[in-house]
Design a protein around this ligand. Sequence first.
Ligand code: ZN
Length: 185
Amino acid sequence: PRGSEGDCRGVAVAIRRIVLLGEEVLRVRGEEVTTFDSELNSLVQDMLETMYHAEGIGLAAPQIGVSLRVCVLDLGVKEGSEAGHWVLVNPMVAKTSKKTVKAPEGCLSIPEIEEVVTRFSKVTVSATDASGRPLEIEAEGLLARALQHEIDHLDGVLFIDQVSPLKRRLALRKWKKSQEESLDE
Ligand code: ZN
């Protein structure tokens, strides 16, 4: 067995490959989770491990090639809080503020690209945890933004879809270039 931290329940935890822009699974609507079993639990553990390894603050299942409505978040380091991580299964935005706020955003599936995206400043998200227990999060600030970003992933929506066509074109051009350069290396 591996000596990984997440290995406490005898489940092998793996860092999974992060799917990149251009791969189909990022563009389809994830399926609702209906079975809360050890398979779901091991998916969640892999997602957390993958997110921490990539130093992201959020990760949605489609980003590791699994078309299910599951996402994980942990702002811990960035916000200096010790809130720990969130595991959200079948999350949905139940309520939004009228107020919106603009801030730069990035995505593990589109590395090196950052764009200013307008999001609701506050959201209420309802979901369940990995055991199927209902939970509700009232969020503002970075957590509200991250939740909207991750829930978008579950609908096949990426943050670059939320910017103007011109900015999107420029971002995609930059993305293509960075991809070609990484192939050259
Ligand atoms: Zn993302």
